[in-house]
Design a protein. Sequence first.
Length: 473
Amino acid sequence: MSPEEFRRHAHNFVDWMADYMESVEQYPVRAQTAPGDIAATIPDAPPEEGEGMERIFADFKSDVIPGITHWQHPRFFAYFPANSSPPSVLAEMLTATLGAQCMLWQTSPAATEMETKVLDWLRQMTGLPEGLTGVIQDSASGAILCALLTAREKATGWQANEKGLGTQPTLTVYTSNQTHSATEKNVKIIGLGRENLRLIDVDENFSMRPDLLEAQIEADIAAGCIPACVVASIGATGVGAVDPLRAIGEICERHKIFLHVDAAWAGTAWLLPEQRWMLDGIEYADSLVFNPHKWMLTNFDCSAHFVKDPDALIRTLSILPEFLKSREQGQIIDYRDWSVPLGRRFRALKLWMVIRSYGADGLRKIVRHHIELAAELEAWIAAEPDFEIVAPRSLALINFRYRPEGMPESEDLDRLNGTLLQRINDDGRIYLTQNKVRGRAAIRFSIGQTNTERRHVAEGWDVVKEIARDLHR
Ligand SMILES: *Cc1c(COP(=O)(O)O)cnc(C)c1O
């Protein structure tokens, strides 16, 4: 494809992109295709001859789009948001065009130096303490992996990387039973063994109970284990639970345990000073992650990972073969030593463009608006006698269920809510996610798509009431 042809196609694509942003509401939120529908449109064998871009693009529109779930639909209320925004998309176009691998300072000094600066902007914007140093990871899961590896090395006197785990006492990891599954997955990946992950019970607000945490740590020490890491959650996935950082941090300090804070979704709320109460005790954290690629209008992937002691992370991950040695070592940062993959995209660019384009104040207004909308929805749900809120609202996340008057908590009620959710998502006007709260079926309503307005939430709530009451009459 010549640069001239590229220009023509790209202009065409950009027209489509702007139309999509304008008209995304016309689509069902969740793809309405059946398994195999899209695969059936794709030939079993690859083309031998190159095809024209007009034809490929036409197939994209006719065959691919029906199989897309529209995460940028303002009535997307499922999971957590995975926001995009126009400045972020523009940045991704430039990043893709440059196609730079930014693993070393010298393989693109601008990417390294911008990453350092923009992560410190983020630190300031979210009220995180000085002394935390940021790096962009591919995901919160990747950041938890780095944290657990660092914790493992520190707990074994830097021996696990050298000798393997065979000669080590059992290492234990602690987290609440509300924590995202990424912690369990990483405990398996790094060879600590799922049995050595302790799931600590929570209080009535779904927050980890520090007394139970400390009792478990002491029992493990008495049994000859080495407690290596505590993963605290701020805004856990199910109901958005917030663990008490200060109490947990004091325990970690007493027992010299690495503390990682997983705030993948909720961290963006710290843009708002009134939400920073959950950071009380953050000075105890060795490591923390939140995802601008969730709520902060920045395309996936972009996880902001902050660490107190970068040298410990680098010592854990650094490998230095001859061909990667560089003259500038010591004066510059080589981010390949800060994460698991060697190759890195220029991800700081989209953060730089999003923050400059909206400004900290513009971002605050959007996030604050989402939280206000959720508070309003909470009041609407509470006002209906046949619906109930099943966990305290956390920021812009609500867990509720349909409970027709007189219906006891039962498997029948669970089934009714399961069917309700299925009908809602098959309807296509909104998209919600199922949950279990204290063992009983619940429905999550998560607000936070970049363009969600009051009318979208109101329409969403009308859809829920309409389908529920139609189901049970
Ligand atoms: C989304 C989420 C994760 C996983 O995030 P990835 O970036 O997809 O790995 C981890 N923890 C919490 C609390 C989350 O909400």
